[in-house]
Design a protein around this ligand. Structure first.
Ligand code: TXA
Ligand code: MG
Length: 314
C-alpha cells in the first residue's frame, strides 16, 4: 500500500482501521498535520513519543469529532463551555481536568491530572476520528523540536519510517498550531499563542486572558520549554536586510531582495499559512542562514513571532 494517500472515503476508512488497531496515521488538520494514535491505548501512544523522540513529560492533545465527546473525558466549567461553544470546531485546545471516568491513557497527560482536548475544524480530520471511533492523540507530525508540517511531504520527510499511512489533504489552511488555553481555573490562561488570536477569545468571554508562555516558574505547558520549531540553518529575526550568505524571508509590499515573501500584500493570515512551508523551502537551500523581516505582532502575528523567536533560539 502507498504511504501517502489522498483523502478519499476509502483512504479515510483505512486510516480509521489502522488507528483503531494501534498504528500511527498522519492526517491533515486546519492548523498543521498531526501524528495520530488511539488515545485510549498506551502502547499506541508510546509509539508517538518514540517516533518523534519526544520527551515523555510533554503531554499530547486529544482530537475529538464533536464537542459532546469532550464531556466523557473531561470536566468543563463555565468558561470552558463558553469557549467550546464559540470556537469548536476550530484551532483552539482546552486544558481541562480529567473526568473521573476518563479512559484516555495517562501517558497522553504525561502524568498530569489534566487533558488537552480539541475538535478540529478540518472536515477530513473529523471524518477520520469518526471512522476510527476513538479519540485520537496527535502532536504535530514532526520530529521533536523541528519545523512543523503543513503538507503531506513535510511529514514524509521527517517521519516516513514510523507511520503506517499519511493522509494527504493538501496544504493546511491556517498553518500554525492551535491556541492552547488552560481553563482549569476561573480566569483562562493562554499557554501557547496559535491559530486563534487571543483578541477573539477575550471578545467571546468578555474578559482579559492571562498569559503563560512557559517562562514562568510555575510551568503549566511543559511542551513550551522544548518546542523550538527549528530549521537546520541558523535563523535571524527582525532583519531589515540579508547578510552575505543568508537567504531572506520577506513580508509586505515593496520588498525586492527577498528569496520568498510570506505575504506581498502584508496579510498576516497569508503569512501564517506560508510560514512553515517557506521555512522548509529556505532550509533546503545552500545558504549559511535564514534572515526574516519583522512581522507585526497583532492578531495571528503574535503566534507567528512566537514560532520565529523559538526557531531563532538554539
Ligand atoms: O494545532 C495543533 O494543536 C496540532 C494539531 C495536530 O492539532 N497539535 C499540536 O500538538 O500542536 P503538539 O503536541 O505539537 O503541541 C501540544 C501542546 C504542547 O505545548 C503541550 O505541552 C501542550 O499542548 N499540552 C498538551 N497537554 C497539556 C496539558 N494537559 N497541560 C498543559 N499543556 C498541555
Ligand atoms: Mg509540535
Amino acid at each position: 500500500m502507498k504511504l501517502i494517500r489522498k483523502v478519499t472515503k476509502t483512504s479515510i476508512f483505512s486510516g480509521g482501521q489502522l488507528l483503531a488497531r494501534g498504528n500511527l496515521v498522519a492526517f491533515p488538520t486546519e492548523t498543521v498535520y498531526g501524528l495520530g494514535a488511539n488515545a485510549n491505548d498506551s502502547r499506541a501512544v508510546a509509539k508517538i513519543f518514540a517516533a518523534k523522540n519526544r520527551p515523555s513529560f510533554n503531554p499530547l492533545i486529544v482530537h475529538l469529532s464533536d464537542q459532546d465527546e469532550a464531556y466523557r473525558h473531561a470536566v468543563l466549567n463555565r468558561s470552558a463551555k463558553a469557549l467550546a461553544d464559540a470556537f469548536w470546531p476550530g484551532p483552539l485546545t482546552l486544558i481541562l481536568p480529567r473526568h473521573e471516568r476518563c479512559g484516555i491513557s495517562p501517558l497522553v497527560s504525561a502524568g498530569l491530572d489534566t487533558v488537552a482536548l480539541r475538535v478540529p475544524a478540518s472536515a477530513d480530520a473529523r471524518r477520520l476520528i469518526t471512522a476510527a471511533r476513538i479519540p485520537i492523540a496527535a502532536p504535530s507530525a514532526n520530529l521533536s523540536g523541528r519545523l512543523s508540517p503543513t503538507c503531506a511531504e513535510h511529514v514524509a520527510k521527517q517521519l516516513k519510517r514510523h507511520v503506517s499511512l499519511i493522509l494527504d489533504g493538501g496544504p493546511c489552511d491556517i498553518g500554525l498550531e492551535s491556541t492552547v488555553v488552560d481553563v482549569t481555573k476561573n480566569i483562562p490562561v493562554i499557554l501557547r499563542p496559535g491559530g486563534l488570536p487571543s483578541e477573539r477569545i477575550e471578545q467571546a468571554i468578555g474578559q482579559k486572558l492571562l498569559t503563560d508562555n512557559g517562562t514562568s516558574t510555575d510551568i503549566k505547558s511543559p511542551g513550551m520549554l522544548v518546542n523550538h520549531y527549528a530549521p537546520s540553518l541558523a535563523l535571524r529575526i527582525n532583519a531589515q536586510n540579508p547578510r552575505p550568505g543568508e537567504v531572506f524571508l520577506g513580508f509586505g509590499k515593496d520588498v525586492i531582495n527577498a528569496d520568498l515573501n510570506l505575504s506581498p500584500t502584508g496579510d498576516l493570515l497569508e503569512a501564517a499559512a506560508n510560514l512553515f512551508a517557506y521555512l522548509h523551502r529556505l532550509d533546503s537551500m545552500p545558504a549559511k542562514g535564514i534572515a526574516v523581516m519583522p512581522i507585526p505582532t497583532e492578531a495571528i502575528g503574535w503566534a507567528i513571532n512566537d514560532r520565529l523567536k523559538r526557531a531563532a533560539c538554539r
